[in-house]
Design a protein around this ligand. Sequence first.
Ligand code: ADP
Ligand code: MG
Length: 223
Amino acid sequence: MSSLLHLNRVCKSYPSGRERLEVLIDLDLELEARRMLAVTGASGSGKSTLLHLIGGMEAPERGQIVFDGRDLGRLSRDELARFRNQELGFIFQFHHLLPEFTAQENVMMPLLLRRQSASQASTRAASMLAQVGLAERAHHRPGELSGGEQQRVAVARALVGRPRLLLADEPTGNLDAGTSRSIHQLLFRLHAENNLTSILVTHDEQLASQCEIQRRLEGGRLH
Ligand code: ADP
Ligand code: MG
């Protein structure tokens, strides 16, 4: 099987005083469809930077990021926006839900951005909330939900548009151990049920060991 995601000698640095901080240095990665990759690494090693590059939110200075045969660096702004909206689900450490909207309205957002009708988006969002175990909480606002429930809503929002690639950046870094475990189980189940290709950045060695592929980011490369 050929790889769905291919990174070829990707470099990224940031200005740091008069010098530049080299974060990713000739980083290579091949990931086949439907695999789950865990990325660990010290704080500041570049894990979030790596996900932002793969998600097309930042551009590498050198090297290529190729998703399903398409070099992200060669896409127009519109094509890149479409890639992010249609192919990609992103889960962050903090849920970033909009506080004034209900869980269901938050989950509908990516579909409304795709210009789906409100009734279609609402039906699909309700079904996605049921998949994450929150059918009963659909009309609550984020402030009325627990931390674990908020993160479940964020998972539903990431997957409502049926992306092929899921990027999760320390999705349970802010939750207690028991709640984290239940979110991990949810991610494993949704990964399998939705034919996802997933990259999970985590500090949690136990979680990483449950993923079929594990790599450590160190010295700007994956080991
Ligand atoms: P991790 O997620 O592994 O903790 P990051 O990818 O967030 O690491 O950051 C890697 C390094 O790059 C850190 O030293 C961080 O301070 C630096 N960095 C990240 N983003 C920026 C930025 N926009 N400008 C300058 N430095 C940055
Ligand atoms: Mg980070």
